[in-house]
Design a protein. Sequence first.
Length: 292
Amino acid sequence: MVVSLTHLDAVSRAVMNASTLKPGRGKTATILLACLVYAASCLAASAEAVYVDTNKNTAPGAVFSSDGVTLTMRPGWIQIPPEQVQRVREELQQQAPKVKIPVFDYAYQEASDEWFSYPYVLITIHRTGRISERDLESWAKVDLTSAVDKVAKSASSVMTDASAGHMRYDESARVVWQEIETNLVDNQKIRGITAIIPTEFGLVRVHGYSRDADYARFAASFQRLIAEASIEETVRYKPHASDSLPGWVRDLGTPEVVKRALIGAILGLAGAGMALRKRKATSTVAGKQESP
């Protein structure tokens, strides 16, 4: 924690053939846990993949730009209207009233007749203040098992189970990665990948989701999206002398940030499931009305 991230690009055929809360500890862990559920393992799986854009749609992709970070979606990708994102969020809150549903500031998907069709991408901005590099590295040690189980149980009307990989901080790229997967109640297996981009002012969480069968090529496309991110120099994450101080001195609440990130990732994945259920229900009702 994975938004909608989409069937944009494919791995080279040669490669394929070859193989809120108050500041404190509590707040930091919650934010990170939500992100965790959406993003880490794909990085290793597609690190050696060759990126090839097989999307025939040449229309310029939608552009995300906020807080000094710009991401250009692949050709054919569009932004999901904010009212649609809010609608799904409200429905999720009704289905999981005991869980604080995170706010997703932006959502994108490959052009489709239906909103939240896979793949899609969700983006959340956290203006929490700078997170030290030492804390970013420590996120991999946070045990998210109980948090994942709690979220999956709370969203049982949409998913049957969920699992999340450990977060991994890429020091050279300065990005935290994580992967998640879940089985929806309609027997679809969905996988997600999350990239957490730290800045001098907070975090930009980017979650991508696709069906299991499309995940390998989607993960490669998603990683390219993050690699090509444009970050203004004034907000670009830089080393600080204070990064070497122990956590109890900084008191940034790392566990809470991680947990919150994971929750966001998992529930973002459930959003499409919720939208799908509603579409099916509407279709069923319409079908009954047309019957003699």
